[in-house]
Design a binder for this molecule. Structure first.
Ligand code: IPE
Ligand code: IPE
Ligand code: MG
Length: 264
């Protein structure tokens, strides 16, 4: 039996972490910045690409764990617009890995009733990768258990810029009154239309920054950082993040006392 000594010397069977999760207070949407693949590989004396390949296992684990728990939306930051500036070989390998992974996982997604979606500047992806992705999205479009959303060639600033352009266009054409530009309306012009904002953001690898991810949508998310590199992240680590989230008091500007009296 696996043991963990998470709680000050108590040795609990691993399964208890999952059991401790309050299903009533599950985040509906979890977003993840999957970071540290390169350093993970380097630590092992391997090339960075080896880290990316091993990161796929963690993607599978976290997707499965979220679906099993009943999380409705899982957004994974897989490639940022800034990542295009990496060495050509690494970018090529990542696009190839994405293509192969989508091709390989499609059956599992269908079997598990998971809908694949993508956000970002998808047109900038290589044709073959985009085709594979589009096919998987079409084949899973009717699935209802969970949305698995890949952020690809994604930039929060560019998402907001596009929204501003599109809103301005509507105003200029007389189709939209400036007074009707509300926060709800702005949300509808983002890639994440109809997807609730993430309650929980997880970032691996010890970095504590947002890196241009979901700038609008993360406005009130709880942030969880772990020093683990992404390929070492797994179901148990996800349970720890959710448990940590569930112990927090989300105040949204109110006082702790107000929140307590609301939930009492
Ligand atoms: C995250 O791991 C994966 C991508 C950004 C594609 P990194 O490749 O950033 O790994 P580190 O941060 O260099 O270790
Ligand atoms: C953020 O990771 C993007 C993804 C995880 C895809 P990076 O490793 O690119 O982030 P920075 O540049 O170190 O902030
Ligand atoms: Mg990184």
């Amino acid at each position: 039996m696996h043991l963990n000594s998470n709680f000050a010397g108590f040795h609990l069977p691993m399964s208890t972490l999952k059991e401790q999760i309050d299903i009533e207070k599950l985040p509906q949407h979890i977003a993840v910045i999957m970071d540290g693949n390169g350093r993970w590989a380097k630590q092992k004396g391997k090339l960075r690409v080896f880290g990316h390949t091993n990161g796929v296992k963690a993607v599978r684990e976290v997707s499965e764990a979220c679906a099993e728990l009943g999380v409705k939306h899982l957004t994974l930051y897989a490639f940022s617009t800034e990542n295009w500036n990496r060495p050509k070989e690494e970018v090529g390998a990542l696009m190839e890995l994405l293509l192969k992974t989508v091709r390989l996982e499609i059956k599992t997604l269908i079997k598990n009733n998971i809908r694949l979606r993508a956000i970002g500047d998808l047109d900038s992806l290589p044709k073959a990768t985009l085709n594979e992705l589009n096919e998987a999205m079409e084949k899973t479009a009717g699935n209802t258990r969970m949305d698995l959303i890949l952020a690809l060639s994604y930039s929060g600033k560019s998402e907001l810029t596009k929204a501003i352009q599109n809103i301005s266009k509507e105003v200029a054409e007389g189709k939209l009154d400036i007074n009707n530009i509300t926060e709800d309306l702005v949300s509808k012009y983002l890639y994440t239309t109809h997807i609730p904002d993430p309650e929980l953001l997880i970032r691996t690898s010890g970095e504590k920054r947002i890196s241009n991810f979901l700038l609008w949508q993360l406005a009130y998310s709880e942030l969880y950082f772990t020093d683990l590199f992404w390929p070492d992240f797994n179901k148990e680590e996800l349970y720890k993040a959710i448990l940590d989230y569930q112990q927090r008091q989300r105040r949204f500007g109110k006082t702790g006392e107000q929140i307590q009296s609301q939930t009492a």
